[in-house]
Design a protein around this ligand. Sequence first.
Ligand code: N01
Length: 547
Amino acid sequence: MASAADKSGAGTANGSGELDALIIGAGFSGLYQLHCLRDKLGLRAKVLETADGVGGTWYWNRYPGARCDSESHSYCYGFSEMLAKEWEFSERYPQQPEILRYLNFVADRLDLKKDIRFKTKVVKAQYDAAVNRWHVTTEAGERLTTKFLITAVGCLSTANVPKIPGLESFKGQWYHTGLWPHEGVDFRGKRVAQIGTGSTGIQAVPVIAETAQHLTVFQRTANYSVPAHNAPLTPEFKKYVKDNFKEIRRIMNGTPNGHPFVIEDRSVFDVSDEERERIYEAAWAKGGLQFRAGFRDILLNKKANDTAAEFLKNKIRKAVKDPKTAEILANIDHPYAAKRPPIDSFYFEAFNRDNVSLVDVRSDPIEAITPEGILLRSGKVHEADIIVFATGFDAMTGAFLRMDIRGRDGLTLAKAWEAGPRNYLGLQVAGFPNMFTITGPGSPSVLCNMPVPIEQHVEWITACIDHMRKNGVDTIETTPEAVDGWVAHVNEAANATLLPEAHHSWYLGANVPGKPRVFMPYAGGMARYRQICDDVAAKGYEGFVMT
Ligand code: N01
């Protein structure tokens, strides 16, 4: 792309003038976006990344037990058969260090690191209509100028540490799972308090319990979980993955959630009670997120969901020996999978250990943190040496809103999203020309196996920029009408499912006090979404104005 702006004197990542594209974040999305723009379109593109290495989520989330819930053969890039053939995962579900090694392997193999500026945090981005450019400011005060601004900031990258009074007075150490120390944490001989029982907390409990003197788990919302049945991959399975690369991708691209399994086209009520039980038992024995795939209506029909929910609650009652503890764990108030369903390695069994106990903070909420530990409303104090906050993220919007992003006429993104995120296709916000948001709110993102929606967005953005170049278009900007239509469709898609019934879900922003309650991801399914995006492009980028 012609870039007259070399003369502008604006700084770039390599100091050589203006950029065609600046990408924020070097996780799965940022790496692939850089590869596409630099190596396929020949653009001058750079990535700015806060961390001192690639990985995004997998750079920061180093907590005990951190492992992906997607199966390893699907939790990787699909755009290159060469990469897929050269890399081999070792377990059914890859551990955090292995995923980080994989992303470093990709970055090195594609020679991406030379165009990534590490330890460079973006704090501000301002659109300048006079020159149709974005000015991006880093924490160090450096200013860069770019035509396209592409956010690859991740959906779950802003740690949510609840504002519990007294935390600053705590005498011990505390950590958030999403900002875990690289050197690890030694739990030996320590009394550990873990707050939170989402996917992260459920992974961490059995591992922390192995070394802690005592682990007290503070549960606010009881959660379902299905065993992962993690295991090393056999040579036969590794061969199957390499030999069937295209077929596995075909299945993943055709399903609503981007996983390598097909959802059965039968209703819970098409089969007898005995047959249903047999199907659930088989799915339980197989383990993992595939448990949802036995019937098409588990997330659509509350009565259908109740059958799965009851099956899973009974498994908890069987796994946990102390009936009182079992009842607190099984006292789940939302439909199965209406919150992101965790999978685990001996989570419920951990409560049978002498050194693990459970506190129900729904009935006796956390009042404060004291120098000694955690104070409940009843007055009871649970003493602790270490507090682990497995309390999740300011999901989907947090990573955007902690930057000062200003579009046309100084409109801030915070203002544009004050009632919740509003955009078109999850890809662009009205008033923010030439800015694309990879896996932004309003796109399938977190409801899927993430590499699939990431690749689809990156490829769509790349094709869009290529189209602009070939047609002499300088600016792409969505319209308020297109945004209104898309936001209505996102709501409609969510309301056709049971997802909004989990009132405390981070999908709704409910975990962050004061955050607008809006169902953020697109629940219409990945395959349908891909078709919508392809149709938009085929119709000359309908819903966008190109000038
Ligand atoms: O966070 P969460 P997470 N007092 O928000 C509790 C992905 N992920 O890090 O439900 C007491 O789900 C909160 O309680 P409640 C995955 O998409 C992926 O576990 O709000 N408790 C809840 O129990 C996942 O969904 C992998 O009532 C408080 C917990 O903390 C997403 O990340 C692995 C509290 C937070 O659960 C987030 O999961 C792990 C308070 N003040 C995670 N505040 C993969 O394998 C919060 N809680 C890819």
